[in-house]
Design a protein around this ligand. Sequence first.
Ligand code: F6P
Length: 375
Amino acid sequence: MNVKRIGILTSGGDCPGLNAVIESVVRCANQNGIEVYGFVSGYDGLYTNEYKVLNYSNVKGIGRDGGSIIKSSNKTNLFNHRKVDENGNVTYADDSMVAVENLKKDNIDCMVIVGGDGSMTSARDFKRAGINVVCVPKTIDNDVPYTDQTFGYYTSVCQIAHAIESIRTTAYSHDRVMIVETMGRHAGWLALEGGLSGNADCIIIPEIPYDLSKIKDYLVKRYNDGHKSTVICVSEGAKPIDGEIKATINNEYPDAVKLGGIGAKLAVDIEREIKNITGQEVRSTNVGYIQRGGDCQYFDRVLSYEYAKVAVDAILSGNFGVMVSFNGHKTELVPLEKIVGNGQTGETSKGGNKNVEKDSLLLTTAKSMGIYFGD
Ligand code: F6P
């Protein structure tokens, strides 16, 4: 196929490196005489047909900046499209053909979809509808299977490590237990690597359910051993051995589960357990959206450039319906069905399912260094 024009969209929660992917896709494509349309606000842009023509002049150097110059949306599923009329009535419809027609009208030969599992599920569905797609895995959570590391993860780890380092001094000054909550959904990568590099004393991740009474014993012993302050890094998806994950359901989008709040809950639970014994107070801080923002770190910029380069190579060689991946030191093109499954068209995100393994070097290193995991 003689590719003349491609589109790109960024979809899902924003993530450092999105602009670097855009920059590299545009520069690599233009080098091969291919035009690039940047569709605005993720899949919404395909529906409204709103795009910007991207070229060297408007992308050169944007790789440093967080966010996405073409914006992102993390709710739109055109195969089950939610719309609200003037009376506030909500309807759902399959509007994917509007996007397909727009892409045909604009002569787009292939779409580069930069997103996580939900966005890649829609990409699979567009492939079924006859659109050529190539996906680049995006998420700070690093939970996309079949690839070693998603771009944006490293920058987020740096933000978390920096937050923990800042909190250590105030923990020390007040002899407190300080809790730092990270994102990560149901995978503990961010808390584990952020906690390890930021020098947390205890790390709590979804893969290892925690036992409150054992955390109490650990903190009391630590205090009696002369360590009057402790920093705990907890992942938003962590749960107690005998309880539930901390989450709220978004009523506007009933299938959207919003994780968060475990840090604040743990602070109350731990203080109740230890205050009478050690006299320590417990405070909690949520790193929140700071871990998704700021400048993209150099490592992530290059990783993003590489992902995008391989995506453009895939397009040039006619390999569609795939996700670009890095496995070991090799690049691979993984069929989308392997990443998101072969379910029904229109389904929503099931969540990434690459978790921290019990024997991973990252986890065993942290354990060997004496970091406690709350179990
Ligand atoms: O998937 C990335 C992520 O940052 C998760 O770690 C977090 O749970 C979620 O997005 C928050 O998303 P939102 O932008 O919808 O609040």
